[in-house]
Design a protein around this ligand. Sequence first.
Ligand code: MN
Ligand code: MN
Length: 467
Amino acid sequence: MERKNVWNTYSPKQLEEVDAFGKEYMYFLDHGKTERECTDLVVNMIEKEGYVELCRIVKEGRKLVKGDKVYAVCMNKSVVMFQIGEKPMTEGMNILGAHIDSPRLDVKQNPLYEDGGIAYLDTHYYGGVKKYQWVTLPLALHGVVVKKDGTCVEINVGEAEDDPVFFISDLLIHLASEQLEKKAAKVIEGEALDLIIGNMPMSPENEEEKEEKDAVKKSILKILKETYDIEEEDFMSAELEIVPAGRAREAGFDRSMILAYGHDDRVCAFSSLKAILEVGEVERTACCILVDKEEIGSVGATGMQSRFFENTVAEVLNLVGEYSELNLRRCLAASNMLSSDVSSAYDPTFASSFDKKNVAFMGQGMVFNKFTGARGKSGSNDANAEYIAHIRNLLEEEKVVYQTAELGKVDLGGGGTIAYILALYGMNVIDCGVAVISMHSPWEGISKADLYETKRGYVAFLKRACL
Ligand code: MN
Ligand code: MN
C-alpha cells in the first residue's frame, strides 16, 4: 500500500492554514489543561457560534428546527453538542466523539504534610503514566476547591510567567546505585509522587512558636487561607490536578510539530469541535461529544458509559418532535460515529515495538484503527468492513490523506477508547485520530499536518457519512 506524506499535498495557502490551525490548537491546549478548563473553553467558543444550552430551550418551551445548535454540559466536565440536520433524527446522526481528560497526578483528599522541613501534597496518579517521567519537572496545579457552603474556588498556579511552580524530587545520581538496579516500574513508586510545595516556616511570634512542629505546613495553610480563603479540611471536597507547567511549543527547526501536555486526547477533541463549527448545513444531525474519564475506563457520570449522552439525545429528539423510546433506539442505532482518540506514532528509536506495515507515521495523515484492545483484540470495537469502505470512499472523494494502523506489535500491550460503548447501541463506529509520539508522557508530540488533515476528515464525515 502506498503511503502519502501530507506535507507534500499542500498548496502554499494550505500551509498557512495548517500553521494558523496549529496556533489555535496551542491556545486551546494552554487554556484547557483539565477537563473542567476544556469544558469552559468549549462552551465559550460554541456560544459565540450560536450554540444555546439545551435546558434553556426546554425552559422557554421552544422547539428545535433544522440548523439549530444546542449543547448540554455534565458536571462541568463533559459536553455534548448538536447541530440539527435536514433529515429526521430517527434516520441517524453523524457523531464525533473524543475525550478531554488526560493522564496526570491528582491531589489526595487529605494531602498536606510536612517532612524534613518541606511541605508536600500527597498525590494519586490518574490514568496510565510512567511514574519516573514525572519527577524533576516544573509542575502546575489546576482545579477547584468547593467549600462546605458551596462556593467554588478555582485554582491555577504555575502557568503565568511569574507564577511559582511545584516539583517532585528524584534521588541524586551519586547515591542512586541501588535505585538504578530497580525495574523502571519501581524506580519511582506511586507513593513517591509527592509534590513539593514549600520550605519556609511560619515566622515565630514568641519562644514557644520557635519550637512548634510543622511550621512549614502551617505557613502554607496561612498562605492558602489568605489567597483562597480555604482551610485544610477543604481539600476533602477538592479536585486538584497536577500537570506539567508551561505552554505548548512548536517543535523542530521546521516547526512541523507541536510538543505539549495533553494531546491525548485534546488533539481529537479540538479538531472535532472545530469540524462541527465549520461544517455548515448538514443533512444528518451533527453531534460532537467531548467526555471525561476515558483514561480510567470511561466510568462515572461524566464518562462515556454514563447515560448522560443518551438522556441528552432523548431531550433533543423531544424538541424536534420525534421523541419516543423506539425512536431514540432507532436514532442511535442508525447513527455513524468516529470515535476519535490518539494512536501511537512510529518511533524509530523503539522500532522493535511496532509492526512497520501497520502503524501510523507522523505526517502521513488521519489515522484509522479498525480495532484496538489487547491480547487478541480483547475489549475492542472492531469496526465493520462495510462501514470502513464507506468512510474510505468519502475521504478519498474529499482528498483527505489517511492511514490505517494498530497501536503496536501483537501482544506487546494495547489500549481502549470510547468506541465500544457507542457501538453498544448497534451503530457503526470506528476508531480514528491523530498519531502521537511519546504518548502519555508529560510532553507528547504530534505533527501539525496530521492535526489539520484530521479536522478535514471530520468535516468530510459530518457532511457525507450516511450508512
Ligand atoms: Mn486517549
Ligand atoms: Mn490515553
